[in-house]
Design a protein around this ligand. Sequence first.
Ligand code: NAD
Ligand code: LMR
Length: 351
Amino acid sequence: MSTHIGTSPAAVAASVNVPIHRQPVNVTVTGAGGQIGYALLFRIAAGALLGPTTPVRLTLLEIPQGLKAAEGTALELEDCAFDLLRGVTVTDDPAVAFAGVNIALLVGSRPRGPGMERADLLEANGRIFGPQGAAINAGAAEDVRVLVVGNPANTNALIAAAHAPDVPSERFTAMTRLDHNRAVGQLANHLDVNVGAIHGLTVWGNHSASQYPDVFHATAEGRAVRDLVDEQWLAQTFIPRVAQRGSEIIAVRGGSSVASAANAAIDHVADWVTGRGSEWTSAGVVSDGSYDVPPGLVCSFPVRSVDGQWRIVTGLERNEFSRSRIAASVAELVEERDAVRALGLLPLGRR
Ligand code: NAD
Ligand code: LMR
């Protein structure tokens, strides 16, 4: 089932107050009737994802039970009269949702509740990402970029990529930008500096409690962070606080993060598409074997966007502490990969 709310090009041109000269970019959001979908879609339509001169065409994918909520969101999008929005399609058919898609935000999946780990969602949510990967393979635009937000994000991205053999695997990414932003926020708070003064921080590994937020190459106002913080604070306060922040949010607000997750998804895609010069950030990308991470795993690395492609920042020294933390998180990714393989969620012969 699909519905379409269109905006005539003439009507759009009449309301435009910035020079808009590009073709619309097709952006698909899955789980569009859910919480993150609601926090994400209006910002995309307002230009936060691709900038103030790039029009977008939105497609909202839901399961049948979620269609009404997505349709309501589509009506509200229309009521915002966004200059950049060139139409909204709501559908429960992945083939329709991913036909011609340039940017796919795979959010739709169950969130965890109190007392659960994200890996507890492996089987139920993992089953969503194979068919979606296959639909992307069948119909997406040549330049498609995919961000997996639904948990467990790294392994879901691995599953989706494995079902899309014709799409270069580096186009499949998993969101660890929320962890990165959390780490920047905690560090800036602790050092009493602006978040913009922090550079060179990395979140390594899995978007899970095993992740390793690493400050050993970071600077704050140009000074080495390792000289500004003590090891006890790092090991006993900073790392666990960042790694457990998702659980903290669930405990405090009674549900998993929403607006900060949507914001991180926008940061990830905006940086990926537009680049950030020499600045580095963190993203779950397919390992090329760098830093002893087995090739093919979707692992969070230090990355820079160069010419619209994530590049792993290479050559960083890691002390014993960092090595063991990274290895522990990578070991968990290997376990998750083996678990979904055993469940038949990875096609034989690929990854
Ligand atoms: P939600 O329950 O509010 O919304 C999820 C939506 O997905 C629902 O509307 C549901 O109908 C839809 N859905 C389920 N299966 C689908 C499918 N096969 N195709 C399309 N839609 C489908 O949940 P939410 O708060 O929006 O969170 C979504 C996911 O994002 C969860 O897995 C959550 O754990 C994850 N998350 C990840 C991060 C991260 O940093 N990577 C951060 C926050 C949340
Ligand atoms: C988060 O980090 O906030 C999300 O992954 C939601 C969760 O389950 O923790």
